[in-house]
Design a protein around this ligand. Structure first.
Ligand code: HEM
Ligand code: HEM
Length: 192
C-alpha cells in the first residue's frame, strides 16, 4: 500500500482558503439572519445578514465552480477527493488500521480517509450552492416580497443539506486541529 504523499498545488491552496472563509461566513450568517419579507419587529442587522448570505452565497457558488474545474484538470486532486481505486483507495484501509493503533493519517494528496471525507464535504457544499443559486432567482425584488410557492422545494433541500455541512464543518476543523498537534505539515494548505 502506498504511503507516498504529494504536496498541495498552489491553485488548491487558494481555492481551499477562499472556500474555508466563505462557507464559514455562510454558516455563521445563517445563525441570526431573517428574510426581508418577514419584516415586522426585526432588527435591520438581521436583514443585512440575510442580504449578505445571499450575495456571499453567490460568490461561494463561483468558487465552487472553479474548484470543480480544478478537479477536472488535476488528476491527483481528483483521485485524492474521490479515492475509488489504486493506492488512493487502499490508503482508506491503511488509515482505519492506523487510527485503531492511535496514529493519524498522513496529510497531503494521497486519498485515504481524509480525502474521502473532504470529497463528501465538497459534494455537500456544492448541494448548498446549487439550491441557493436557484433560490436567489426565486426571491423577488431583493426579498421585498415573499417568494412564490415553488421556492419551498430548493429551500427544503437547502435546509436539509445544511445539517451535513454543519457536521462536516465541526468534524473537518476538529480533525485538522487534532492533526496539527501531531503533524506540523498541516497548516501548509493555507500557505498560498
Ligand atoms: C468550511 C468549509 C471547508 C471546506 C468545504 C473544506 C474543504 C476541504 C477540502 C475539499 C480539502 C481537500 C483539499 C482540497 O482539495 O482543497 C480540505 C483540506 C484541508 N482543510 Fe478544509 N475545508 C473547509 C474549511 C477548513 C477550515 C476552516 C480549516 C481550518 C482549520 C481547514 C483545514 C484543512 C486542512 C488542514 C486540510 C488538509 C488536510 C490534509 O492534509 O489531509 N479547512 N478542506
Ligand atoms: C453556498 C453556500 C451556502 C451555504 C453553506 C449556506 C448555508 C445555509 C444554512 C446553514 C441555512 C440555514 C438552513 C436551516 O434553516 O436549517 C441557509 C438558509 C438559507 N440560505 Fe443559504 N447557504 C449557501 C448559499 C446560499 C445562496 C447562494 C443563497 C441565495 C439566495 C442562499 C439563501 C438562503 C436562504 C433564503 C435561506 C433561508 C432563510 C430563511 O428563510 O430562514 N444560501 N443557508
Amino acid at each position: 500500500m502506498s504511503t507516498e504523499t504529494l504536496e498541495w498545488p498552489q491553485a488548491t491552496k487558494w481555492l481551499h482558503t477562499c472556500l474555508a472563509i466563505l462557507i464559514t461566513f455562510e454558516l455563521m450568517s445563517e445563525l441570526d439572519m431573517k428574510a426581508i419579507w418577514k419584516r415586522k419587529g426585526e432588527l435591520h442587522f438581521r436583514h443585512l445578514l440575510f442580504h449578505a448570505h445571499m450575495w456571499v452565497g453567490m460568490a461561494t457558488a463561483v468558487v465552487i465552480v472553479l474548484f470543480w474545474l480544478h478537479i477536472y484538470y488535476n488528476k491527483q486532486v481528483r483521485a485524492h477527493l474521490f479515492p475509488y481505486r489504486g493506492s488512493y483507495l487502499q490508503n482508506i484501509c491503511l488509515d482505519i488500521t492506523s487510527l485503531t493503533n492511535g496514529s493519524f493519517p498522513k496529510s497531503g494528496l494521497r486519498g485515504g480517509l481524509p480525502g474521502l471525507v473532504q470529497g463528501f464535504g465538497l459534494l455537500a457544499v456544492t448541494g448548498m450552492a446549487c439550491t441557493g443559486f436557484i433560490m436567489f432567482f426565486l426571491i423577488p425584488n431583493f426579498g421585498i416580497s415573499a417568494p412564490i410557492h415553488i421556492y419551498q422545494i430548493p429551500k427544503k433541500i437547502h435546509d436539509y443539506i445544511s445539517e451535513f455541512v454543519w457536521v462536516y464543518w465541526w468534524v473537518h476543523i476538529g480533525a485538522a486541529l487534532l492533526h496539527f498537534l501531531r503533524s506540523p505539515r498541516i497548516p501548509k494548505i493555507f500557505k498560498v
